[in-house]
Design a protein around this ligand. Structure first.
Ligand SMILES: NC(=O)c1ccc[n+]([C@@H]2O[C@H](COP(=O)([O-])OP(=O)(O)OC[C@H]3O[C@@H](n4cnc5c(N)ncnc54)[C@H](O)[C@@H]3O)[C@@H](O)[C@H]2O)c1
Length: 255
């Protein structure tokens, strides 16, 4: 049961920014995760990278001058992984669930192992990792902000249904958590990148005329994590896709 005095205290509490706060970024050793970790680090956060790739992780952590935990979030207990992070780095205020993978199979070819791997990586791991970190935040009565890196394909066809279904689940998880954790002072949001990578083969489909770069995602990610900027935003899912999601069947007709 929420006590009114507690709610009032939270409403009146000064909203902390990024500086000095502890942030964890899963899959932070490269690409989008690395760009977000770099932007958080620049903004003064104490960043902890979690990644399964030992070499990339060591190089990223050296480059940013931040901490690293080598682990595979899809294997074993993600609760135990969160406990390791808490033991080594204390309560985490800013949680970035960036890890996400797919395999290149369509519905009729997909093996059960592939299904399990993608769902364990994109949904199960982040779920239990976040839950354990959230328990620590609540126990410490801290404000916290959680960001999931979802995808344009949470709501649009990808041709890899296990991937799009996992991202649709993430999109709904964000809303559920925003509702459930809001009274504890924990905000939960998502960004949904479009096509982030090299190559221009689909550039014609993108109103802004180019593929995105990790650096297009990082500033918005930081803004959604930063209580001083987005302290009254929760349950949001922001497309970062250059307008790719606006693509219409009418683009293929003379109409
Ligand atoms: N790249 C895109 O165009 C794009 C578009 C939409 C959404 N996304 C989403 O953005 C997020 C990041 O994508 P990306 O392209 O930067 O990823 P990526 O494939 O470049 O991988 C990022 C990092 O995650 C690590 N990683 C992968 N599986 C892991 C696991 N089980 N445990 C720990 N670390 C693991 C990798 O080692 C790597 O360093 C994902 O959730 C992805 O679904 C990407």
């Amino acid at each position: 049961m929420r006590r009114p005095s507690e709610r009032l205290r939270r409403r009146r509490a000064p909203r902390p920014g990024i500086a000095g706060r502890t942030a964890v970024v899963t899959g932070g050793a490269r690409h989008i995760g690395l760009a977000i970790a770099g932007a958080l680090s620049e903004a003064g956060a104490k960043v902890v990278l979690v990644d399964r790739d030992a070499d990339a992780l060591a190089s990223a952590a050296r480059g940013l001058g931040c901490a690293a935990v080598q682990a595979d979030i899809s294997a074993g207990s993600a609760t135990a992984l969160a406990e390791r992070v808490l033991e080594e780095h204390g309560t985490v205020d800013l949680i970035v669930n960036n890890v996400g993978i797919t395999t290149s199979s369509r519905f009729r070819d997909l093996t059960e192992d592939e299904f399990d791997l993608v769902l364990a990586t994109n949904l199960r791991g982040p779920w239990f990792f976040t839950r354990r970190l959230v328990e620590a935040v609540i126990a410490d009565a801290r404000l916290a902000s959680i960001l999931f890196i979802s995808s344009l394909h949470s709501s649009r066809v990808r041709h890899y249904p296990h991937y799009s279904a996992s991202k649709a689940a993430v999109a709904m998880l964000v809303k559920e958590l925003a509702h459930e954790l809001g009274p504890h002072g924990i905000r939960v949001n998502a960004v949904s990148p479009g096509w982030i990578g090299a190559g221009e083969s689909a550039a014609d489909l993108i109103p802004l005329g180019r593929a995105g770069a990790p650096e297009d995602v990082a500033p918005m990610a930081v803004a959604l994590l930063d209580d001083a900027v987005s302290g009254y935003v929760t349950g949001a899912d922001l497309a970062i896709d250059g307008g790719l999601g606006l693509h219409s069947w009418l683009d293929h007709t003379e109409a």
